[in-house]
Ligand binder design. Structure first.
Ligand code: PMP
Length: 313
């Protein structure tokens, strides 16, 4: 690791090690923050760090903040530029994770959303592979149900909601699986602990709709768009039963951390022939090519951080 993890904190870019919050911070005590996860992907080929779809992440952050009665005081353009500057100042030449957060910053006791000051921060730090994207993974259906919109809205990326994800992830880990698949309260497939899910059946892709309590993923949207434009494959958004996954031709997960990860086994049943499926492999390749600046038609999704790069310096 050569470089310095950096933060944007209280209006200034500084080393992450210098940015600290107090013990009584509302968000720390009550989970009252919303956040994003954005990746900057290192291209050795272009000697460039490419930030992926930052504007789309900021748009989702603003919606999440609105649900928690917070307002993002910076414009989309200001945030995109701040991220760019902050990442450039790290000096890293490897994959990074960028975390913008709108949080109830006041040091005050009391469970509520109203009358609590909020603030905005960003930090970034090196982050490699999250799941085994090359080999594929084994999943189990979690005994924990995905939180319902009537409890904590999953379409908002709220820090506190990740207790739900952490319970499912750790249960899967203890049982010897790589990742959990959570069902909604009515028993339909919702999503992974930090990923959306797709199944491929007879040449069509299916994925649960937002009403099945998913976070509406940006990688999900990327996969849907690329499948249609590059492969002529349509995606149907509809509720999916747990047992439909068992008999699908292919299942894969998408997410900023997970990229596009093929699922080879669910609840001890092989999916398809137990190998990485054709469509999953194609989507994975297209996605990697787009995020690493190898597909000019998707250059509007990426921004190169270091000046002197061949693409969008
Ligand atoms: N669902 C959950 C619960 C997540 O945490 C994530 C990761 N942000 C996703 C889905 C995938 O969303 P995205 O593709 O925007 O990263």
């Amino acid at each position: 690791m050569t470089g310095t993890p950096m933060a944007f904190f209280q209006g200034e870019i500084m080393p992450l090690a210098d940015a600290k919050i107090g013990l009584m911070t509302h968000a720390f005590n009550y989970g009252t923050a919303v956040f994003e996860g954005i990746r900057a992907n290192w291209s050795a080929e272009h000697e460039q760090l490419y930030i992926f779809r930052s504007e789309d992440h900021i748009k989702r952050l603003r919606k999440s903040a609105h649900i928690l009665e917070m307002e993002l005081r910076y414009s989309d353009a200001e945030i995109v530029e701040t991220i760019q500057n902050m990442v450039e100042q790290t000096g890293f030449r490897e994959d990074l994770y960028i975390r913008p957060l709108v949080y109830k910053s006041q040091e005050v006791l009391g469970v509520r959303l109203h009358d609590v000051e909020d603030d905005f921060l960003i930090y970034c730090s090196p982050f490699g592979a999250y799941l085994d994207v090359d080999a594929g993974i084994r999943c189990c259906t979690s005994s924990w149900r995905r939180v319902d919109d009537t409890a904590i809205p999953a379409r908002a990326k709220v820090t506190g909601i990740y207790v739900n994800s952490a319970l499912a992830k750790t249960e899967a880990f203890h049982r010897g699986y790589d990742e959990a698949i959570m069902l909604s309260n009515d028993g339909h497939v919702s999503e992974g602990s930090g990923e959306n899910i797709f199944m491929v059946l007879d040449g069509v892709m299916y994925t649960p709709p937002p009403q099945d309590n998913i976070l509406v993923g940006i990688t999900r949207a990327t996969a849907i768009e690329m499948a249609e434009k590059e492969l002529g494959i349509k995606t149907v958004e509809r509720s999916i039963d747990r047992s439909e996954l068992y008999i699908a031709d292919e299942v894969f997960m998408t997410g900023t951390a997970a990229h596009c990860t093929p699922i080879l086994e669910i609840d001890d049943r092989k999916i398809g022939d137990g190998e990485i499926g054709k469509v999953s492999g194609q989507i994975q390749k297209l996605y990697f090519d787009a995020m690493l600046g190898r597909l000019p038609q998707y250059d509007h999704w990426i921004e190169g951080v270091y000046s002197g790069s061949p693409v969008k310096a």
